[in-house]
Write a protein that binds this ligand. Structure first.
Ligand code: S3P
Length: 167
């Protein structure tokens, strides 16, 4: 079984995917970590050396490889649904695609401005809101289910996902 999590930066994909994998006894793949492992570079380093365009190319290649591989829980990157070929790849996979949503205020609280997210580090709440609004249609296009994560614990979200996939 495979379950794919999508959503904006700070929506909880990594935390929820780990907990979900644990409870369903499935392996977990974090696309950003897979990119770092296969390239031997950190995400900020890839952005610095190759720009966002270069990062998106590696992200697409890694997504394709991961989807060809073993089942399990897949946490994508916040920008994965931006490319049409990625959206097609997600739609072609039989796995349910679950969109985690958080408000810009909650996102700003969750994102530590620690240099690990090149596209969010310089953004305040209004900037995050603008970027989220720009991307929202892409996220919605990919999602089979949407879960609002504001004010909810990772366990509550995991329980909801388990309920959704059982139906
Ligand atoms: C990005 C999100 C990041 C990472 C990269 C770009 C984005 O992943 O892939 O910094 O464009 O939203 P997270 O959503 O896991 O932070």
């Amino acid at each position: 079984m495979r379950i794919i999590l999508i959503g904006f930066m700070g929506s909880g994909k990594t935390t929820v995917s780990t907990l979900l994998a644990d409870q369903l006894h499935l392996p977990v793949t974090d696309l950003d970590q897979a990119i770092e492992q296969s390239s031997g570079k950190s995400i900020p380093q890839i952005f610095q050396e190759s720009g966002e365009e270069g990062f998106r190319t590696v992200e697409h290649q890694t997504l394709t490889t991961v989807l060809r591989g073993r089942d399990g829980i897949l946490a994508t990157g916040g920008g994965t649904p931006l490319r049409a070929d990625n959206r097609r790849a997600l739609a072609a996979d039989p796995a349910p695609v679950i969109l985690l949503h958080a408000s810009p205020e909650e996102t700003a609280r969750r994102i530590q401005h620690n240099g690990e997210r090149p596209l969010a580090d310089a953004l305040d709440t209004a900037g995050l809101a603008a970027l989220l609004a720009k991307r929202q249609a892409r996220y919605d296009e990919c999602a089979d289910f949407t879960i609002d994560t504001d004010g909810r614990t990772p366990q509550e979200i995991v329980d909801q996902i388990i309920g959704l996939i059982k139906d």
